[in-house]
Design a protein around this ligand. Structure first.
Ligand code: G2I
Length: 383
C-alpha cells in the first residue's frame, strides 16, 4: 500500500518523534500489552473494576448517612465517586438570599477527598428545591440571584468538583421536546447558556453537565436536549457533558446505548447519573445492560447509582439499588461487577490530553501507525 505523507500539522517535532520511536521500540521489545492499558486482573469492587475501564462508579450520598457505619463501609469499599443527594441544591446552600451554608456539602467533599473519590456536584440550578425567597422572585431579580448563586457555589467548590450538574431537568415531559415552564425559564430562554458560562468562569476545571430524566432513549424529550447541546457546541457555549439520570422501570429502551452515543458524537462526555431500576425478574439483566452500554460508548465516563442500599432509595418501595436493606450484595450487584470485568481493559476516555501522547499500533504487527495527543481505544499511553 502506498504510504501517504501526513499533513504538515500532524508532524511532530523531530526530537519528540525520536523519543516516541524509542519508547515504542522499548514497549515492543518487552512485549507490553500494546493495545490495552491498566491492570490485567479483574476488579473485585465496583469502583476498582470501573477504574480498570477508565471510568468511575459512584453513589448518591446524603451527608447524615456518612456516620452510619454500614452505609459508609459499603460506600468506601465499593464506590469511587459521590454525588451529594440534596446538600448542594439551592435550598440547602443558600437558604436566605446571599447567605450561604456549605456544611453538608463540605462534609461529603471531605469524605470523598479522604477516600480518593470524585465528586459530582448536584445541582446549581433546578426548578425544584429552590429556597422560598427564590421561588418568590421573577424577571431580572431572579436571573441575577440565580447567576450569583452559580458563581458563589461553584467558586466555593472550585477545583474540588469533577463534574457539575449546572442545570437539572429543564425540559418538559411529553412529546413537545420543549423547555419546561418554570420561574427560571420565564427569565428568558438564554438562562441555561448564561448559567453554563457563569459556571465556567467560576470553576474552569469542572466539567459542566446538563442533567435530566426520561431522556434515556431516543424520544422527543431527549431530542430536545440533543438539539440544545448541538446548538451550544456550535456557538461555543461551554458544555462538557450530559447526564442521563436513568431512573428505570422494568424495561430498558432498546436504543439506550445509541442515545448515549448520539450525544457523545456531539463532542460531549455522557454520564449515567442517578441509576436505579425497579426490582423485578430482569433487574440484574437491566443493570448489566446499562453497564455494558456505558462501557461501549468511549465518552461514557461513569455510572452513579442513586443511593447505596434499597433502604436509602427515594423510591425504596421498588428496591431499585445494588445492595439490600441489610447491606448485602444483590444479584444486580454481581451482574454489574461481571459486566465491568468482562472483556479487555480500555484506556480512560476523555478529552485531548496534550501532556501525554498516544501511539496507535497495528494490532497484528505491533508497528506504530500514528502518534497523537488524544486517548484512543487502540492507543498505548506514553507520558
Ligand atoms: O427525585 C429523585 C431525583 C430526581 N433527579 C434529581 C434528584 O435531585 C432527585 O433526588 C431527590 C432526592 O433523592 C430526595 O431525597 O430529590 C428529592 C427532592 O426533589 C429529595 O427529596 C427531598 C424531600 O422531598 C424533602 O422533603 C426533603 O426535605 O429531600 C429533602 C431533604 O432530605
Amino acid at each position: 500500500m502506498k504510504h501517504q505523507s501526513r499533513p504538515a500539522q500532524w508532524r511532530l517535532p523531530q526530537r519528540l518523534r525520536a523519543i516516541l520511536i524509542l519508547l515504542t521500540a522499548a514497549l515492543v521489545a518487552v512485549g507490553a500489552p500494546l493495545v490495552t492499558s491498566g491492570s490485567a486482573s479483574a476488579g473485585t469492587t465496583l469502583g476498582a473494576s470501573a477504574a480498570e475501564k477508565g471510568r468511575y462508579f459512584g453513589a448518591a450520598v446524603p451527608a447524615f448517612k456518612l456516620s452510619d457505619g454500614q452505609f459508609a463501609g459499603i460506600l468506601d469499599r465499593e464506590f469511587n465517586a459521590v454525588t451529594p443527594e440534596n446538600e448542594m441544591k439551592w435550598d440547602a446552600t443558600e437558604p436566605s438570599q446571599n447567605q450561604f451554608r456549605y456544611t453538608g456539602g463540605d462534609q461529603i467533599v471531605s469524605h470523598a477527598q479522604a477516600h480518593n473519590m470524585r465528586v459530582r456536584g448536584h445541582t446549581l440550578l433546578w426548578h425544584a428545591q429552590q429556597p422560598g425567597w427564590a421561588q418568590s422572585l421573577s424577571g431580572t431579580a431572579l436571573r441575577n440571584a440565580a447567576m450569583n448563586h452559580v458563581t458563589q457555589v461553584a467558586t466555593h467548590y472550585r477545583g474540588q468538583i469533577y463534574a457539575w450538574d449546572v442545570v437539572n431537568e429543564a425540559f418538559a415531559d411529553g412529546g413537545s421536546g420543549a423547555r419546561r415552564d418554570s420561574n427560571l425559564q420565564r427569565t428568558g430562554n438564554d438562562w441555561i447558556e448564561v448559567a453554563f458560562r457563569t459556571a465556567r468562569a467560576a470553576d474552569p476545571a469542572a466539567k459542566l453537565c446538563y442533567n435530566d430524566y426520561n431522556t434515556d432513549g431516543v424520544n422527543a424529550k431527549s431530542t430536545g436536549v440533543y438539539n440544545m447541546v448541538r446548538d451550544f457546541k456550535s456557538r461555543g457555549v461551554p458544555i462538557d457533558c450530559v447526564g442521563f439520570q436513568s431512573h428505570l422501570g422494568t424495561t430498558l429502551p432498546g436504543d439506550y446505548q445509541a442515545n448515549l452515543q448520539r450525544f457523545a458524537d456531539l463532542g460531549v462526555d455522557v454520564q449515567i447519573t442517578e441509576l436505579d431500576i425497579s426490582q423485578g425478574s430482569n433487574q440484574a439483566t437491566m443493570y448489566a445492560a446499562v453497564t455494558r452500554a456505558c462501557l461501549a460508548v468511549t465518552r461514557c465516563t461513569g455510572i452513579t447509582t442513586w443511593g447505596v442500599r434499597d433502604s436509602d432509595s427515594w423510591r425504596s418501595g421498588d428496591n431499585p439499588l445494588l445492595f439490600d436493606g441489610s447491606g448485602n450484595k444483590k444479584p444486580a450487584y454481581t451482574a454489574v461487577l461481571n459486566a465491568l470485568n468482562a472483556g479487555g481493559t480500555t484506556p480512560p476516555p476523555g478529552p485531548v490530553d496534550t501532556s501525554a501522547w498516544y501511539v496507535l499500533l497495528n494490532r497484528n504487527s505491533g508497528k506504530a501507525l500514528d502518534v497523537y495527543g488524544a486517548s484512543t481505544a487502540d492507543g498505548a499511553r506514553i507520558t
